[in-house]
Ligand binder design. Structure first.
Ligand SMILES: Nc1ncnc2c1ncn2[C@@H]1O[C@H](COP(=O)(O)OP(=O)(O)OP(=O)(O)O)[C@@H](O)[C@H]1O
Ligand SMILES: [Mg+2]
Length: 310
């Protein structure tokens, strides 16, 4: 369904995307993860033929993004990171406008508008001006626009940023439903690891323009099979715990943020004793301790040294 082969994009001196390879089968939901500036949106723009690759080839459904832009745009729907709507028009008017841009008209256009409004749950509010919408409703309308022409491949660039929990779970369920009932192929970009855990079969992790890991969730987590993650919450900032603990052989890495320390250690290593010792010396209380198997977030931390939302 999608082949991204050795694709590079440079803007003047800056390499935004470097020799990226992505292969996706029809019906997959694939996650694209990476910190700010990793090159996710640039990759998406190239796949959807909005930005031309400096090097490399991209084929979607057998069509080349360079040569068959009309076909590519017909088969791909993109939910852009930035909301792209006319604030002074109603939802329905927005959809009619974008529908016409896809050459939809008359009865068919009407049907599609009704259909996508139903999918994103905005039928009741369709006659209201977009500027009176909540953030979550705007996000949902942004998704409706991408679905108007019934794309085979839907690419969503951080579709749940800054919205209420209800809209968020509505969007997640919509994605699942489109995949299940239409066998729609979906690329899902998010900074929320739990969304990717929930939705995606396979995950690509990008950093500094490169794909640094790819695989199923199970495969990625297997990279950390020999490890446990111990999450300790302290009574004050955990800042200086890392320095002491990282000296130990059995501790791979310590990540601190506020009062929390995430300690990656060899399985069954006596890490707690070391933590307790440290808290005694430092005069800090422990508020909670949790030992868990590695999550995708831990894999990400392991590979990039950063958390997703840093
Ligand atoms: N039109 C452009 N001109 C110059 N540099 C650009 C342009 N678009 C993107 N870049 C640069 O390319 C790099 C990757 O940007 P991109 O938007 O693809 O990252 P991202 O992974 O989507 O990040 P975020 O999570 O913040 O959305 C950044 O360094 C960015 O500044
Ligand atoms: Mg982006």
């Amino acid at each position: 369904m999608l082949e991204v082969m050795d694709v590079t994009k440079t803007f003047k001196e800056r390499t935004a995307v470097s020799r990226v390879n992505v292969f996706i089968e029809k019906g997959e939901i694939v996650g694209l993860l990476g910190p700010n500036g990793a090159g996710k949106s640039t990759t998406i723009s190239m796949i959807s033929s909005l930005v031309a690759p400096t090097e490399g080839e991209i084929y979607a459904g057998g069509y080349s993004v360079k040569k068959d832009r009309t076909h590519i745009r017909r088969m791909i729907g993109v939910v852009p990171q930035e909301i792209a709507l006319f604030q002074d028009l109603t939802a329905k008017e927005n959809l009619r406008f974008f529908g016409r841009a896809y050459k939809l008209k008359g009865k068919l256009l009407q049907e599609r508008v009704r259909y996508v409004l139903d999918i994103v749950g905005l039928t009741d509010r369709a006659g209201e001006l977009v500027k009176t919408y909540s953030g979550g409703m705007k996000r949902r309308l942004n998704i409706a626009v991408a679905l108007l022409h019934e794309p085979e491949l839907l690419i969503m660039d951080e579709p749940t940023v800054g919205i209420d929990p209800q809209s968020r779970s509505y969007i997640l369920e919509t994605v699942r439903e489109l995949n299940r009932t239409k066998n729609m192929t979906i690329i899902y970009t998010s900074h929320y690891m739990e969304e990717v855990e929930y939705l995606c079969d396979r995950v690509y992790i990008m950093d500094h323009g490169e794909i640094i890991a790819a695989g199923t969730k199970r495969e990625l987590k297997a990279m950390l099979m020999e490890e446990d993650s111990i999450v300790v919450t302290l009574s004050r900032s955990a800042g200086d715990i890392a320095e002491v603990l990282e000296k130990r052989e059995d501790i791979t890495r310590v990540y601190t943020s506020g009062n929390e320390a995430v300690i990656a250690a060899k399985k069954d290593a006596p890490v707690l004793e070391a933590v307790i010792q440290w808290t005694r010396d430092a005069g800090v209380d422990i508020q909670s301790v949790e030992v868990r198997s590695p999550s995708l977030e831990d894999v990400f931390l392991h590979l990039t040294g950063r958390t997703l939302r840093e």
